[in-house]
Design a protein around this ligand. Structure first.
Ligand code: AMP
Length: 112
């Protein structure tokens, strides 16, 4: 499958890993939009953004949010934003479900 995040999971493309377990991978975004910007993804390919979440794969989403809570604590972040883009107009460029975690400065109040 021609998916850049599947290739990162497989180790075919290098990434700056922050956390990994059997279900999820967290790595720093290659084009950070804030001083801290990392992505948390399910290792299994879930097509698209929140629209790809189903009863069958939603367990990993709960796990992703546990990982986000743990990582932000470890990094000493109390103020951060979690974003998932769904579709081109929302800014989605990679079609493998992922959650952006942004922090390290005052984030824009206009999320639109
Ligand atoms: P989105 O635009 O919401 O689909 O987010 C995709 C994100 O993946 C963007 O912020 C990209 O900068 C990031 N990205 C693309 N390729 C890589 C890569 N090889 N390593 C790390 N982040 C990447």
């Amino acid at each position: 499958m021609d998916c850049i995040f599947c290739k990162i999971v497989a180790g075919e493309i290098p990434s700056k890993k922050l956390y990994e377990d059997e279900q999820v991978l967290a790595f720093y975004d290659i084009q950070p939009k804030a001083p801290v910007h990392f992505l948390v993804i399910p290792k299994q390919h879930v097509l698209d953004g929140a629209a790809g979440i189903t009863a069958e794969n939603s367990g990993v989403i709960a796990h992703i949010f546990e990982v986000i809570a743990r990582l932000t604590k470890e990094l000493g972040l109390t103020d951060f934003r979690v974003i998932t883009n769904n579709g081109a107009d929302a800014g989605q460029t990679v079609h493998h479900l992922h959650f952006h975690v942004l922090a390290g400065r005052k984030l824009a109040e206009d999320m639109g």
